[in-house]
Design a protein around this ligand. Structure first.
Ligand code: 26V
Length: 822
């Protein structure tokens, strides 16, 4: 929760108060006497918007006047969370707003709890896009974020009898006061149908696409304010609607009823965010979503370009940079080719020259099951002309650069081809991205190395300079300044007030890390945050936790590679040792989890159930005298992260080395003074490079060791050799934690032993246990812990997303920042 800070200007408070009351009466249509909390929040937003829209116009006019180069960030996900406190913070109006509301007898944090999270993303990838928007605006880079206006964001998670239940998330049910509809920028998008081959009088062949339907794309703009109101970036999200132009052309056989069916189909497209499921079902709709928002966005880009350049496309690539956030928007590549060739009349060569200079691709995962491949038959049905262009791109690539480098080598051709042959022929979206893009980047040093050397080694031989790294980052405005006011004030005192714009300045705290006075202040801030979180835990889980205990936190999507079950096995072993010796002198510990599982990912759901079952038993076992607590906080999301992260002592970052591309919560935790208990994976490696290995708890196999062990790994060896490990794994098979339901947790044991433990949980168990014991020991030494926590927080400068964005701007986009004229 956010706390009171220094005094604020009385006149500003008065003016703000009057504005809020005016909006309450004239925008919302109520009065201070009878307004609900929701109405107060709406009036607050209306007040903030007054400030935002003027700056938005200034930004757009400056860019239009200077005809600036801009980046277009295409992403199927933007996990924005709540906007009120962040916008107030960026406008430096938070304290004023807090005092103004206080004079109405209201608590600003309480009022802001009315805002639903904008959960238009699954996890790291979507939240990264949101941090990038904040940094693009703050650093004054001309940009537009393009995505989908999902009617339902990521499902709301309820826990019933320990199990995850998914409920729809209708975040906009009562309207979203931040967004503005832009009917003047509506787009019509063709879909389906067939391609007709025509022969021109000169004998040349051309293709004419006869789509079977049209979908309307309606843009909703969400302004993103930079820190200190620098510039205002636009996030443009497309909503699908039906058009009146159903069943046109030869397919014009459908009657009124069919037309209505088609209407609901068109409106289904932006209905729901896919919860990155492992299942095949619903694939067609997902490709349609991807195509829909890419097609709308490209038309929008072309329309704006043509406004100043008419039909001269020679400057297109020098004005437009397009960033593909993973392979989800890959269809934008053939769509730009199609628009340039079929609609604008350019030659294939001209179109390719422009397209291949405009696109860049960011890879976010090496997991084979997450690499998108679309069956050719779906393309034939939905996007026949795009498929034709993909074949053409592929043909020229294989017979050009590939043939030149490896003459006559068909094996190489089939490896590098965009098309995967087999019973069901498939389009490999990542290959299309790599072939087309100017730059391909991974999201942490180790990940980028693996992208180049293990995922695309053959492409790297062809184009070694295409591959680069941009390590992820997070915005310090949301992840320190807004969510940890106490720490922000400490930084104001030791580093001056500009640290949110230059996070390297926080290094100033390092020289106080040995000083008792500062250690006490730092740990008092942490303690206050823990008290606040304990209150939230009591409300949400009904469990009492002691703020003096060690808060050990693992919050992230549930996945085997993230190994929440490794954490759980350790908790069970701690519990077992406490039962064997209840009087032993151990540090009181609270294990805190938050995680959503993909609805069809059975084992992930079983792990959630296991955490809840083990927690229930431990929390109610009087024998251990409250030394151990385990809580699962339901419905983990951005707004909860803002309460949990500032209160953590230990940050669990325990993925199997080589599987977590980067991680971004690891950075947020460290900034807020948690120590990382983690493997040498993703950005953890760069975090300990900054903060020092001695100030964190690193364990487990390295990437090289995992790669070496994997082919000959036998989990039974570890199970049989370690008594403690065997005991806890076998415990999963009993009904100790699930009375009356024997075997309710045995799928986890089975995955570890019968399914070969694909993520090497058992191999890392002993090392994890030792690292946790080092953590507990250090936690007893308050001064040593405080120092390590402070050094972690002070050395995270490079993980500001401003640094990431400047890396993209310099190395990939060649984009310059633009000062906004009033
Ligand atoms: C997708 C899927 C889909 C199929 C089933 C399994 C599965 C597992 C993971 C994913 C993740 C897709 C991409 C993604 O979200 N990557 C995350 O990107 C973050 C931002 O770069 C990064 O910090 C995380 O390490 C990475 O997992």
């Amino acid at each position: 929760a956010v706390k009171a800070t220094s005094t604020v200007d009385k006149a500003q408070v008065k003016a703000f108060k009057e504005q809020v009351e005016k909006h309450l009466r004239t925008t919302i249509g109520t009065s201070p006497e009878k307004a609900s909390k929701l109405a107060w929040w709406q009036a607050l937003v209306a007040t903030v918007n007054e400030d935002i829209f003027g700056r938005l116009t200034d930004t757009q006019q400056t860019h239009a006047k200077n005809d600036t180069r801009a980046v277009h960030y295409l992403s199927a996900e933007f996990l924005m969370g709540r906007l009120t406190i962040n916008n107030l913070t960026n406008l430096e109006k938070f304290d004023v707003a807090r005092e103004a509301l206080k004079e109405f007898g209201l608590d600003i944090n309480d009022i802001c709890e009315e805002e639903p999270d904008m959960a238009l993303g699954n996890g790291g990838l979507g939240r990264l896009a949101a941090c990038f928007m904040d940094s693009l605006a703050t650093c004054n880079y001309p940009c537009v974020g393009y995505g989908i206006h999902y009617e339902n964001g990521l499902f709301r998670q309820e826990i019933r009898a320990g199990k995850q239940v998914e409920r729809p998330d209708s975040w906009r049910e009562y309207g979203c006061p931040w967004e503005v509809c832009r009917p003047e920028s509506v787009q019509n998008i063709p879909l389906g149908g067939y391609v007709e081959k025509q022969t021109a009088p000169d004998g040349s062949q051309c293709s004419v696409w006869h789509p079977s339907s049209m979908i309307k794309g309606v843009p909703w703009d969400i302004p993103v304010v930079g820190y200190r109101g620098s510039s205002v970036a636009i996030l443009r999200l497309w909503e699908s609607r039906s058009t009146e132009q159903f069943n046109w052309d030869v397919f014009n056989a459908g009657g009124y009823v069919d037309a209505q069916t088609e209407k609901s189909l068109a409106e289904t497209i932006s209905k729901v965010l896919y919860p990155n499921d492992s299942t095949e079902a619903g694939k067609e709709l997902r490709l349609t979503q991807q195509y829909f928002f890419c097609a709308c966005s490209l038309r929008d880009i072309l329309r704006r370009y043509k406004r100043s350049h008419h039909n001269d496309f020679s400057e297109f690539a020098s004005k437009i940079a397009i960033q593909l956030n993973d392979t989800h928007p890959t269809i934008a590549i053939p769509e730009l080719m199609r628009l340039l060739i079929d609609e604008e009349g350019l030659s294939y060569e001209q179109a390719w020259d422009i397209t291949s200079k405009s696109f860049n691709y960011t890879n976010h995962t090496l997991l084979p099951e997450a690499l998108e491949k679309w069956p050719v038959y779906i393309f034939e049905k939905l996007l026949p002309r795009h498929l034709e262009l993909i074949y053409e791109i592929n043909f020229r690539f294989l017979n050009g650069p590939v043939e030149a480098k490896w003459p006559g080598n068909n094996e190489m051709k089939s490896k590098l081809s965009i098309i995967e042959e087999g019973e069901v022929r498939k389009v490999r979206m990542a290959n299309l991205c790599v072939i087309t893009s100017e730059h391909v980047n991974g999201v942490a040093k180790i990940h980028s190395k693996l992208v180049k050397e293990d995922l695309f080694p053959d492409y790297a031989q062809l184009w070694p300079n295409k591959f680069c790294n941009v390590t992820n980052g997070v915005t310090p405005r949301r992840w320190i300044l807004s969510c940890n006011r106490g720490l922000a004030e400490l930084y104001n005192d030791v580093a001056g007030k500009d640290w949110p714009l230059d996070l390297d300045k926080c290094e100033a705290l390092k020289k106080y890390a040995d000083k008792k006075e500062y250690q006490d202040r730092f740990m008092k801030i942490k303690h206050d945050n823990k008290v606040a979180l304990a209150k939230t835990i009591k409300e949400l889980c009904g469990v009492e936790v002691d703020p003096n205990a060690l808060f050990d936190v693992q919050v992230k999507r549930l996945h085997e590679y993230k190994r929440q079950h490794l954490n759980l096995l350790y908790i069970m072993s701690l519990y077992k040792s406490l039962l064997e010796d209840p009087d032993q002198d151990i540090v009181p510990q609270v294990f805190i989890f938050g995680a959503k599982a993909a609805p069809a990912y059975t084992l992930a759901k079983d792990i959630i159930f296991a955490i809840n079952a083990v927690g229930e038993k431990i929390n109610n076992d009087l024998r251990i005298k409250g030394k151990l607590k385990v809580v699962f906080i339901p419905n983990y999301r951005v707004s909860l992260a803002e309460k949990i992260i500032p209160a953590a002592d230990i940050s669990e970052q325990i993925s199997t080395a080589g599987y977590e591309a980067s991680g971004t919560s690891n950075m947020k935790f460290s900034m807020n003074g948690a120590l990382t208990l983690g493997t040498m994976d993703g950005a953890n490696i760069e975090i300990v490079e900054q903060a020092g290995i001695e100030n964190n708890f690193i364990f487990g196999l390295s990437v090289e060791e995992v790669q070496k062990l994997k082919p000959r790994y036998n989990p039974w060896d570890y199970y049989n050799a370690d008594h403690d490990l065997k005991a806890v794994v076998d415990w999963l098979d009993s009904d100790f934690f699930t009375p009356g339901q024997p075997g309710a947790l045995s799928s986890i044991k089975s995955s570890l032993l019968n399914n070969g433990d694909p993520f090497l949980v058992l191999a890392d168990f002993a090392s994890y246990k030792a690292a946790h014991q080092r953590a507990q020991k250090m936690f007893k030494d308050k001064a040593k812990w405080a120092k390590a926590a402070m050094i972690n927080s002070a050395t995270m400068g490079i993980f500001s997303s401003d640094r990431s964005i400047k890396d993209y701007a310099t190395n990939i986009w060649t984009l310059k920042s633009q000062l906004i004229k009033k």
